[in-house]
Ligand binder design. Structure first.
Ligand code: HSE
Length: 314
């Protein structure tokens, strides 16, 4: 945990990792999970930039003006007309969310930056304006929405406006994540997608996405059986994650109720019911199935974060 003196220009924010799509909800559904990045931000009046990053990806995160936290802060400062007053920053990040793995590390960076800068400025933007800005920076809302609000989120973009419905499922879920030892750029994982899809695949996903949200809200476990399946993006991405199908089968055989590509990958996320106590077995089965395909992984056993990004008071 980052500790430091608080001045009126300094603030600390904790942001959760996120898993987008949850199978059928491509670019619309997401959830926040209990793995976090911490940011301590000081806004400076002089044009000076100090960026220190510890933890996940520290060696690969730029510490100059290409840094995504800083770029997001700059975008917010311009949006609220404070870019003439604040021209620099001290950014200290402590990261636990793996980088470029499909757990929302870029969304966390964007949300951390704008949430902290907004708080320092006395919250000129409200929740929805922050969501809109974060979506503009990221390009789609399915990671930034749960990073901001927590829980499971459904987001719709309409003429530049973003609407997000966030809820806590009536089921106690465990999230078992297999984190492969290689990164995958979202840009590449989007390049393999078709620009058009068959009507039958659209219908496949509409049914499952609707079933997923309904079953989670009502706590109807039996309706989740097929609800994490997808025909719009995962089939096109199997070539990018060796062993994906095998890992899906292994997770289900070990007791997962569903399994999906986490965001654009390469992480795979399995959903288990807390009561079943199968998460360790699901984690080992997924790791073994990946290993059969010569991929080493790290396992994370998480639950749902229900708070989203939070300004820390001390
Ligand atoms: N919905 C996005 C995708 C999430 O699957 O490409 C990645 O950030």
């Amino acid at each position: 945990m980052i500790k430091n003196d608080l001045t009126s220009h300094t603030i600390r924010v904790r942001v959760p990792g996120t898993s987008a799509n949850c199978g059928p909800g491509f670019d619309c559904i997401g959830l926040a999970c209990t793995i976090y990045n911490d940011l301590q931000l000081t806004l400076l009046k002089e044009p000076k930039l100090i960026i220190e990053t510890k933890g996940e990806g520290a060696d690969n995160i730029p510490s100059d003006d290409r840094n995504i936290v800083w770029r997001s802060i700059q975008t917010l400062l311009e949006r609220v007309g404070a870019d003439n007053e604040y021209k620099g920053a001290i950014i200290r990040m402590e990261n636990h969310i793996p980088l470029s793995r499909g757990l929302g590390s870029s969304a966390a960076a964007i949300v951390a930056g704008i949430k902290a800068a907004n708080a320092i400025l006395g919250n000129p933007l409200n929740r929805n304006e922050l969501l809109k800005l974060a979506t503009e920076i990221e390009g789609h809302p399915d990671n930034v929405a749960p990073a901001l609000f927590g829980g499971v989120t459904v987001s719709v973009v309409n003429k530049g406006q973003v609407q997000t419905f966030s809820f806590v499922p009536k089921l106690r879920l465990k999230l078992v994540v297999a984190v492969p030892d290689f990164p995958l750029a979202t840009r590449l994982a989007r390049q393999v997608l078709p620009t058009e899809v068959p009507m039958k695949d659209a219908i496949f996903n509409i049914g499952r996405a609707s079933m997923l949200i309904g079953a989670l809200i009502k706590g109807k476990e039996r309706f989740l059986q097929n609800a994490f399946d997808d025909a719009l993006h995962q089939p096109y991405r199997t070539g990018l994650v060796p062993g994906m199908e095998e890992v899906f089968k292994a997770a289900k055989a070990a007791g997962a109720i569903g399994v999906a590509l986490s965001g654009a990958g390469p992480c795979l996320i399995a959903f288990t019911i807390d009561r079943d106590h199968v998460e360790q077995e699901v984690a080992s089965s997924m790791a073994q199935a990946f290993l059969n395909n010569n991929i080493k992984t790290k396992s994370l056993i998480l639950t749902l974060d229900i708070r989203g990004a939070v300004v820390q008071n001390n």
